[in-house]
Design a protein around this ligand. Structure first.
Ligand code: G1P
Length: 304
């Protein structure tokens, strides 16, 4: 009985998705449309992220939003008028497409009022999350649905406790774009023990070429640490700094481990990577892929 209670308290059921960013890299497209709603083929980028959480068993999703983010709430809600029109037309396929996003997860929203950084966004989730480990998924990182990462991270968290972050080897000249981890092997090929973290170091400062990519499974102790975390890089409250405090003192909330991801990841916050994600995912789609690949082959051989 005692064991059962402990297990249910530690089960991971909640996902937090910070989505208050302004998306200035995509102006003017993001002047009145949230960047999370930009389509990747025919689905908004954010829907892939919510689907990833649900696939990993986390169907309670809290989005941390801000001004001008109402379209996110509408996208994950019912659209009765559109549904009625499609039903009257007898268009079952499109009706399913419309309902997919509203049937996906139990959605909750909290507004970040004052955008003071990623750490502050995560702190806004504290009342909803309570005293359980939980996942954080950053909307700019799109993980290819065929290369599961989050479910591996939740399994590692359940095995080892504490917090687990997603890491990926990147070329050293790009490490300044990421949080960076110093880590030691654990005996499990894809799992490392994190000893040190630094947000967006220069190439010279970086302790490794292991970059944090936007997936975290966190012990709730992170909230107490975030409350005390002073503004760091860019004057913002950095999640990386709170994780650094956890990694350097496991008595606060257990150890910090990293899962080293070797799969496909796209940064949809970067225009070049965003285009690459669309082309790759379109090429691989059963419905669009065959025609699109043929066109692309011709385009590349003639025009480039
Ligand atoms: C954030 C984190 C950074 C992480 C990155 C992954 O930075 O602060 O540690 O490496 O996401 O995408 P941002 O890209 O939001 O500036």
């Amino acid at each position: 009985m005692v064991l059962d209670m402990a297990t249910s308290r530690n089960r991971i059921t909640k996902a937090v998705i910070p989505a208050a960013g302004l998306g200035t890299r995509f102006l003017p497209a993001t002047k009145s449309t949230p960047k999370e709603m930009l389509p990747v083929v025919d689905k908004p980028a954010i829907q892939y992220v919510v689907e990833e959480a649900v696939t990993a068993g986390l169907s309670d999703v809290l989005m941390v939003t801000g001004r001008n983010k109402r379209p996110l709430e509408d996208h994950f809600d019912r659209n009765y008028e559109l549904e009625e029109v499609l039903r009257t037309k007898g268009d079952a396929a499109k009706l399913t497409r419309v309902q997919e996003s509203s049937d996906l997860a139990t959605m909750h929203y909290v507004r970040q009022g004052d955008p003071r950084g990623l750490g502050h966004a995560v702190l806004c989730a504290a009342p909803h999350v309570g005293d359980q480990p939980f996942a954080v998924l950053l909307g700019d990182d799109l993980i290819d649905p065929r290369d599961p990462l989050l479910s591996r991270m939740t399994a590692v968290q359940q095995e080892r406790g504490g917090s687990v972050i997603a890491l990926m080897e990147v070329p050293p000249e790009t490490i300044h774009l990421y949080g960076c981890a110093a880590a030691a092997p654990t005996g499990q090929d894809d799992v490392v023990r994190v000893s040190d973290l630094v947000e967006k170091p220069t190439e010279a400062e970086a302790p490794s070429n292991l970059a944090i990519i936007g997936r975290y499974v966190l012990d709730p102790a992170v909230f107490e640490v975030l409350r005390k975390t002073q503004p760091g890089r860019g004057g913002e409250i950095q999640l990386t700094d709170a994780l650094q405090a956890l990694a350097s003192d496991p008595s606060l909330g257990g150890p910090v481990h990293g899962v080293v991801f070797g799969g496909r990841r796209y940064d949809t916050g970067d225009r070049g990577d965003y285009l690459r994600a669309i082309v790759r995912l379109a090429c691989e789609r059963e419905d669009l892929g065959p025609d699109f690949r043929e066109w692309l082959r011709g385009y590349v051989s003639k025009e480039m």
